[in-house]
Ligand binder design. Structure first.
Ligand SMILES: Cc1cc2nc3c(=O)[nH]c(=O)nc-3n(C[C@H](O)[C@H](O)[C@H](O)COP(=O)(O)OP(=O)(O)OC[C@H]3O[C@@H](n4cnc5c(N)ncnc54)[C@H](O)[C@@H]3O)c2cc1C
Length: 329
């Protein structure tokens, strides 16, 4: 089985991994030399099926439940399993009750328990929800490592268009927003984010700060770096972050911990999430081409399940083809 994967974002690399692990000969093609600038590059890396249930369908939670296991199997030591802490400023306490009523899988913590879990947040919030079984990873480190792993397994990476290619049995199209030109149902949802650095804050898990208009999260990364995200704007404009968004993100970080006021702004970025009208991902087949798209705000959470579905399609079809072949000879 020779498979061509178009797109080396999280959808493409996870699909390449599933296919290679099942014995396919895989080539990945992408016009980019590296993954910077893609939606995957700007992601927070939260594997948060329980928190996402608050605003997503049940299927998102169901499909995302095994994501952390998948990533841990593919990339041992890249996943941090410390859960997620959801907090709200005193004036937004009703938001916490609303969030709790729309989700499950959490423990309610009081002030002391919050401080025991995240010492730097001690005394800052009276109540929190701890989503115990959630996890996170650094998307940039994880995708770089996944690509290395794939190369070691014999997967070829090619830069540019696949015109020159020899024949493939199947193509998996994982081109994200680029596919919108051919699929009018796809739309972009703009996500703006910041990377801050401060030695004065230590966090062990993603912190989500609820707010009636502008919920924001902070995800800890190595060396006191923190990803602060993310806006959800119905637009596929890739221009720089706006002053308003930057102020909102910084305000939220400051509410979580005032020491963020003195942090360095290491980076600001904008990623465009590919989404279908129902905000659910799709694996579809059109002849020899399988499409994985519409990962919306759940790319790292749902790509493993989508990759499995695509690989199931590829190999079930091969079985049928082989059966026909055998019957004819
Ligand atoms: C700010 C932000 C925060 C997020 N946080 C999270 C999070 O915490 N958890 C989570 O699960 N999800 C998160 N997401 C969502 C996640 O990032 C996306 O769902 C996911 O990255 C989409 O992946 P993709 O592979 O479909 O697209 P992309 O990452 O955009 O990759 C598409 C690839 O296709 C390539 N391509 C384009 N045209 C062609 C072509 N013609 N031929 C070959 N290749 C082509 C592109 O160069 C690119 O490499 C976040 C998104 C944003 C923007």
């Amino acid at each position: 089985m020779k498979a061509l994967v178009r797109g080396a974002g999280v959808a493409g690399l996870t699909a390449a991994y599933e296919l290679a692990m099942r014995g396919a000969t895989v080539t990945v093609v992408d016009p980019r030399r590296d993954i910077t600038g893609t939606a995957s590059w700007y992601a927070g890396g939260m594997l948060a099926p329980d928190c996402e249930r608050e605003s997503a369908e049940q299927i998102v939670q169901d499909l995302g439940l095994n994501a952390a296991d998948w990533w841990e199997t593919a990339l041992p030591s890249y996943v941090t399993r410390a859960g997620t802490l959801v907090v709200a400023a005193g004036r937004d306490a009703t938001e916490l009750a609303r969030f709790a009523s729309r989700s499950n899988g959490f423990q309610t913590l009081g002030e002391e328990e919050i401080g025991a879990l995240e010492p730097d947040l001690g005394g800052r919030f009276r109540l929190a929800l701890h989503f115990v079984r959630e996890a996170h990873l650094d998307p940039r480190a994880a995708l770089t490592a996944l690509r290395d792993r794939l190369e070691r397994k014999g997967v070829s990476f090619v830069e540019g268009a696949p015109r020159w290619m020899k024949r493939f049995d199947v193509t998996i199209d994982c081109t994200g927003m680029a596919r919108a030109k051919a699929d009018p149902q796809l739309r972009g949802v703009r996500g703006e984010m910041l990377i801050l650095r401060t030695p004065d804050v230590s966090l062990s898990r993603p912190i989500r700060l609820l707010h009636p208009r502008f919920p924001v999260y902070v995800v800890p990364r190595n060396d006191h770096h923190f990803m602060v995200g993310a806006t959800m704007i119905e637009s596929d404009a890739i221009g720089p972050i706006t002053a308003r968004s930057m102020m909102e993100l910084l305000n939220a970080a400051y509410t979580i911990h005032p020491a963020f006021a003195e942090s360095e702004i290491v980076e600001s970025g904008v990623g465009i999430r590919p989404a279908f009208p129902d905000n659910l991902p799709r694996v579809t087949r059109n002849g020899d081409v399988i499409h994985i798209n519409g990962l919306y705000r759940h790319g790292f959470l749902l790509a493993p399940a989508m990759a499995r579905q695509a690989a199931d399609l590829v190999f079930s079809r091969q079985t049928t083809t082989e059966r026909i072949h055998e019957a004819c000879h």
